[in-house]
Design a protein around this ligand. Structure first.
Ligand SMILES: [Zn+2]
Ligand SMILES: [Zn+2]
Length: 351
C-alpha cells in the first residue's frame, strides 16, 4: 500500500537535523515511486551539518546517495523499470541543455527547476526520505544481491569512474598511488585496481591503514616512513605513473609532485579542501616533466550507468566502506557519526 505521507530529514540550521513529514505527491506518467531503503551521508551533507558549506541555505532537505525498491510507476514508464526492481538515485537533469546534450548531467544548466523547486520551502532533493518520486530517467537499476547501503554508492562511484577515464590508466602496467585512505580515497583505489592498475595507498591513521590492507592494497604510512622515498623504492626508483590526491591538503599536493614519475606522469586533484589547499607548482617543471594535472568533479550519464554495472557485477566492492547503519529517527546521531574523523560512510536506514 502506498502511504499518503513521506517522512524525511532536513537541516533546520547548522548542527540541527530534524525529521518531519510531507504529503505524498501525485505520481505523474513518466515518474517512479521508490520505497527507499538507505541514503548514505556524503561529505557535502555532513559538512553542511557542521556549518562548513552554508551557501545553499536552510532549511536543507539533503541526501543524494539513495537506493531502494520500486513500488509504483507511471503509465508512460516503459518496461525498463518494473515494480519490485532495486534502483539507485542519479542526479536529476533536463536532457535538453548544452551540458546534458554532452551527457554532463551533473552540470545541468536547468538544475534550478529541480532542487528548490521540488518544494517552496526546502532546498535539496529530499534524499533522507522513506519514499522518493522522480522521473524514470533519474534512476539506474541495481542488483538485488547488493545491500542498499552499497547500492547507494552509485553517485560517488560515478565521479571516481569519471576520474579513471580522465587518467587513462594503462591496464596491467600503471602504478597508481592514492594519497588518503578515506571513503573516496579507497573508492578511487578499488576502482583503479578494477581498471587494471597496481595500487599503493598512502595513509597515516591506524584504522584506515587496517581497512586499506584488508582490501588488499599496499600501504605507505607517512608517520613511519618518507612516503616519497617509499613510493620510489616500491617502483624501482621510477615513481608513480599516476598519483590521485584524495585529501584536500597542501602537503599531499606537494608529495604528489615529488612521487610522480619524472616524465609523462599524471596527478589527479580529486579532493576539495576547506580552507583551500595550496600547491607549489613550477610551470617549467610541468613543461619538462610533461606532467598532466587533472581535475575531476561531477559525472556523466554514462559514468552513472558504468558505476551501477561495476557495483552490480562486484568488480568494485564497497562493503568495507560502510561504517555503520543508523535509522532516520536518529538523524542527529547519524550526522555526528558521519562527521567523526576516521569514519567511513554512514548509511541512514529508511523504514
Ligand atoms: Zn555524494
Ligand atoms: Zn540539462
Amino acid at each position: 500500500m502506498i502511504p499518503n505521507k513521506i517522512k524525511f530529514a532536513y537541516l533546520a540550521e547548522k548542527g540541527n537535523a530534524k525529521v518531519t513529514e510531507m504529503p505524498m505527491p501525485e505520481l505523474l506518467d513518466d515518474e517512479i515511486l521508490v520505497k527507499q531503503d538507505a541514503c548514505n551521508i556524503c561529505t557535502t551533507d555532513y559538512q553542511q551539518w557542521q556549518g562548513l558549506r552554508e551557501h545553499q541555505g536552510y532549511p536543507m532537505a539533503g541526501g543524494h546517495e539513495g537506493a531502494g525498491t520500486i513500488v509504483a510507476k507511471g503509465s508512460k514508464v516503459g518496461a525498463t523499470f518494473e515494480v519490485g526492481d532495486c534502483v539507485s538515485v542519479i542526479y536529476d537533469y533536463c536532457g535538453y541543455c548544452d551540458e546534458c546534450k554532452h551527457g554532463e548531467v551533473t552540470g545541468c544548466e536547468n538544475i534550478k527547476q529541480f532542487g528548490k523547486n521540488y518544494s517552496d520551502e526546502f532546498y535539496g532533493i529530499f534524499g533522507f526520505a522513506n519514499y522518493f518520486i522522480r522521473k524514470a530517467k533519474s534512476f539506474v537499476k541495481m542488483s538485488p544481491d547488493l545491500a542498499p547501503s552499497e547500492a547507494a554508492f552509485v553517485e560517488p562511484l560515478s565521479s571516481v569512474i569519471q576520474n579513471m577515464k580522465k587518467l587513462r590508466i594503462k591496464s596491467g602496467t600503471d602504478t597508481v598511488v592514492v594519497i588518503g585512505g578515506g571513503t573516496m580515497g579507497l573508492l578511487n583505489a578499488e576502482t583503479a585496481r578494477a581498471f587494471g592498475a597496481r595500487v599503493i595507498v598512502s595513509e597515516l591513521m591506524e584504522k584506515k591503514i587496517e581497512i586499506a590492507e584488508s582490501m588488499g592494497f599496499e600501504v605507505v604510512n607517512p608517520k613511519k616512513e618518507d612516503p616519497v622515498q617509499r613510493v620510489k623504492e616500491l617502483t624501482n626508483g621510477k615513481g608513480a605513473d599516476i598519483v590521485i590526491v584524495a585529501v584536500g591538503l597542501t602537503i599531499a599536493n606537494n608529495q604528489a609532485l615529488e612521487m610522480v614519475k619524472p616524465k609523462d606522469g599524471k596527478i589527479s586533484m580529486y579532493a576539495a579542501g576547506y580552507p583551500a589547499p595550496e600547491m607549489d607548482v613550477d610551470p617549467n617543471k610541468v613543461h619538462y616533466m610533461r606532467l598532466e594535472l587533472i581535475g575531476t568533479y561531477g559525472s556523466t550519464l554514462e559514468d552513472f550507468y558504468d558505476a551501477a554495472q561495476m557495483l552490480n557485477t562486484g568488480r568494485v566492492d564497497v562493503s568495507k566502506l560502510v561504517e555503520t547503519h543508523i535509522p532516520l529517527d536518529d538523524i542527529q546521531k547519524a550526522f555526528e557519526t558521519a562527521s567523526t574523523p576516521g569514519n567511513y560512510r554512514v548509511s541512514v536506514t529508511l523504514d
